[in-house]
Design a protein around this ligand. Structure first.
Ligand code: B1M
Length: 221
């Protein structure tokens, strides 16, 4: 990995958002994820490489440290903030070039779940593939999904869940939507979700990553 990606990855891991941010104290007055992403792009490093080699591994290290109780929720939050400040610069690249309107994609993180980084990445890539995105945000209950589907006939729905505890809400949402809208296509994803779980709850497709979701959507439109 290049030095700049290593630094960027460390910024996300330790929650260094930008130059102005005083957090963490050990990285004070240094460039943060915001500036380093700009530099990496200027050096010709691709947005996908930035994502796959710097940002996602950093979040995975954060998760491991949280599991070992070496860090706590505030540090996870700062890491998420740093990752988002990098993603601001990647978004235009993932959106460029696509003009064909393929359809409407409604996406949200299920009820009880506040994790949105993965969902945002998925919606960014799907938008880049030509879909109009209706992003319902996080902690989205069944009624909110219901209203969005009613307002956008023919849309495809994507559900994200990051907690084992909220997988049950994913199941309930899929069950409700499939009963009310029998022809509706539903994609599911998120770290604890599996292909088996997808089949068990009656969703149409599971993807472990945004690329898989984009490829599946290409088969529909
Ligand atoms: Co939370 N958290 N968190 N957290 N958090 C995890 C998920 C956890 C695995 C950490 C750990 O213990 N190692 C753990 C869950 C354990 C479990 O359920 N098995 C956990 C926990 C326990 C919690 C709290 C309960 C902590 C607490 O309060 N004690 C709490 C719950 C709050 C709630 O939601 N109600 C909590 C809170 C938070 C923060 C708010 C601090 C913050 C989220 C901030 C935000 O999202 N804006 C946070 C973070 C940052 C994490 C970790 C460290 C990183 C998540 C992330 O953004 N990953 C996470 C550990 C980890 O994942 N390693 C952890 C990067 C992102 C790109 O990956 O979201 O997996 P991911 O998305 C991927 C794929 O999954 C896929 O594509 C994405 C790109 O590759 N994908 C889809 C996702 N959705 C998809 C949908 C699709 C298709 C693919 O189709 C529709």
């Amino acid at each position: 990995m290049t030095e700049i990606l290593e630094k960027l990855s460390a910024c996300v891991e330790f929650g260094k958002t930008d130059l102005k941010s005083p957090y963490p104290p050990a990285m004070r007055d240094q460039n943060g994820a915001f500036e380093l992403t700009v530099s990496a792009l200027e050096k010709g490093i691709s947005p996908s490489q930035i994502l796959e080699e710097a940002l996602i591994p950093a979040m995975s290290r954060v998760g491991q440290k949280f599991s070992r109780s070496e860090i706590f929720v505030p540090q996870m939050l700062m890491a998420a903030k740093a990752m988002s400040s990098s993603m601001i610069h990647l978004r235009p690249y993932f959106l460029s070039g696509q003009t064909k309107h393929r359809g409407t994609f409604i996406i949200g993180t299920v009820a009880g779940d506040l994790h949105d980084i993965g969902k945002n990445l998925v919606s960014m890539m799907i938008e880049g593939a030509g879909w109009e995105i209706i992003d319902l945000g996080v902690d989205v209950n069944t009624e909110k999904f219901n209203m969005a589907v009613e307002s956008h006939p023919g849309a495809v729905v994507g559900l994200s869940a990051l907690l084992t505890t909220t997988m049950e809400n994913m199941r309930k949402t899929v069950a409700f939507l499939k009963e009310k809208f029998p022809g509706l296509t539903i994609l599911v994803g998120g770290a604890p979700v599996t292909s088996e779980f997808c089949t068990k709850i009656g969703a149409d497709f599971y993807s472990p990553d945004p690329q898989g979701a984009v490829e599946y959507l290409k088969t529909l439109a």
